[in-house]
Design a protein around this ligand. Structure first.
Ligand SMILES: Nc1nc2c(c(=O)[nH]1)N[C@H]1C(S)=C(S)[C@@H](COP(=O)(O)OP(=O)(O)OC[C@H]3O[C@@H](n4cnc5c(N)ncnc54)[C@H](O)[C@@H]3O)O[C@H]1N2
Ligand code: MOO
Length: 426
């Protein structure tokens, strides 16, 4: 079976158990995310220049026709092609000069021409613009020997947008292309979903800020800077980043406070099965709802999702690579839902394996991968490690995204189709 078929069937075949709680499949986990997460309410109006990365609350409609008038697509001469009698060459007096931004001073009467520049309004009476390279100029006369087609080099009013036309739908995320369409539509200010308020809680007694002095059994904090970077987006307001000790009182207070202010609480670590994993017991004390805890995925098996008060909670594993992988698989779609974003395109696409895969089946395996170019059929090739170490991040900077190996797959030949999710599509 090809790797993609397992995903198309909607199953990873990984309803296995870790002994403590049953693991659900990645697809089922994503389904529950979609079932329980709710878009935030609250909107605000913002200048278009400050709206990059934000999500539209209302559609943007074109205010007027775009372009607003018939305009020239070339520097040249505007004339009435029907007034060119008989055979050329024709010698036409130039009666006006129209640069961009200037209004025409009058009609182009039959047998005359207006010198015109790219972007200038085509004068009444003219139905074609002949580029200046295709004519000769003799004093005040322009000489042409070929009859232009009516409409030549004229950009028609409303050719791009009609008044009232929906240019962008509610839920669109504004990048440079969307901003261009809004500007053309005359939308100086846009009505936006307010940013999603996110609080980040990184657990672990052993964790010290990156570069700080540390004891023999302590490590530097990778998750806070990594996830703060993931959360540095215009559609997110990162309201709090706390490095919390593995202590229930401390965690309970921090989570309760976060739940009052945040739309989404992201935690890392402390969600596995050990006595030192305090997040889930504390959630019990806070009477949180857990929609799933444990997914048949490698890395990131302990990933959990629920609700603390009105805030959504996404529990990422402590291992940094696991946290990153799980953020991309579950965190990004969760943010899409919370921010009311409409997704027009799939995040994943198909690529071919640049080398064979041999592995122990059981959990859907997700590996960071690097795009290597194209095969003879034009398909993208990926390279990836033979194993995943969920604590290692040194190889991450050279990778472009994640590949997905279905749970039941123990081997794949070089050239097998795999699903690939790029890192750079937020
Ligand atoms: N008996 C079992 N033990 C474990 C299981 C299991 O099923 N049974 N699952 C393992 C798997 S898989 C994972 S993943 C981890 C996840 O555990 P937690 O999410 O509770 O995370 P922690 O135990 O707190 O930390 C795991 C690991 O990551 C390091 N870490 C934590 N935070 C940071 C940080 N901010 N920066 C860098 N590194 C961090 C931490 O020191 C641990 O080494 O559980 C397994 N155990
Ligand atoms: O599920 Mo864990 O993230 O493999 O180390």
């Amino acid at each position: 079976m090809k790797a993609i078929q397992a995903f198309e069937n909607g199953r990873c075949g990984c309803e296995t158990s870790n002994g403590a709680s049953p693991l659900i499949s990645m697809d089922e986990a994503l389904r529950r995310l979609g079932e329980h997460a709710r878009p935030i309410t609250g909107t605000e109006t913002e200048a278009l220049s400050l709206a990059t990365g934000r999500v539209l609350a209302d559609p943007v409609l074109a205010a007027t026709m775009t372009p607003p008038f018939d305009s020239s697509a070339m520097d040249g001469y505007a004339l009435d092609s029907a007034a060119l009698w008989g055979e050329g060459p024709w010698r036409l007096p130039v009666t006006q000069r129209i640069p961009a931004g200037a209004e025409s001073t009058g009609r182009v009467a039959g047998g005359t021409a207006a010198q015109i520049f790219t972007g200038a309004p085509v004068p009444l009476g003219a139905d074609a613009v002949v580029p200046q390279e295709h004519v000769a100029r003799d004093g005040n006369l322009v000489i042409l020997d070929r009859r232009p087609q009516p409409g030549l080099n004229i950009r028609r009013a409303g050719g791009d947008m009609r008044p009232g036309q929906t240019v962008l739908g509610a839920g669109s995320r504004l990048g440079p292309r969307e901003i261009a369409a809004c500007a053309a539509a005359g939308a100086a200010r846009v009505h936006l979903i307010r940013p999603v308020r996110v609080a980040l809680l990184v657990t672990g007694n052993e964790v010290r800020p990156a570069g700080a002095d540390r004891g023999a059994a302590e490590i530097w904090d990778i998750n806070s800077p990594m996830l703060s970077s993931e959360l540095s987006r215009p559609d997110i307001h990162l309201i709090d980043v706390i490095q919390g000790a593995d202590d229930r009182t401390h965690l309970r207070r921090a989570l309760a406070d976060m739940a009052k202010a945040a739309d989404l609480i992201v935690t890392t670590g402390g969600i596995s099965v050990g006595e030192e994993d305090h997040v889930k017991p504390v959630l019990g004390e806070l009477e949180a709802t857990v929609h799933f805890s444990g997914v048949a995925i490698k890395p990131g098996k302990p990933v959990s999702f629920g609700q603390i008060g009105t805030a959504s909670w996404l529990g990422l594993p402590g291992n940094p690579l696991s946290a990153l992988v799980i953020w991309h698989i579950f965190g990004l779609p969760l943010l899409d839902i919370l921010s009311g974003r409409q997704i027009a395109e799939q995040r994943r696409r198909h690529v071919v394996a640049g080398k064979p895969v041999f592995r122990k089946p059981g959990r859907c395996e997700v590996r960071p991968a690097r795009l290597m170019g194209f095969d003879s059929e034009g398909r993208e090739i990926v390279d990836f490690g033979n194993t995943v170490n969920s604590a290692h991040v040194a190889d991450l900077p050279g990778t472009d995204g994640l590949i997905f190996i279905p749970a039941e797959t123990d081997r794949l030949p070089e050239g097998a189709l795999l699903e690939f999710q790029p890192f750079n599509r937020a």
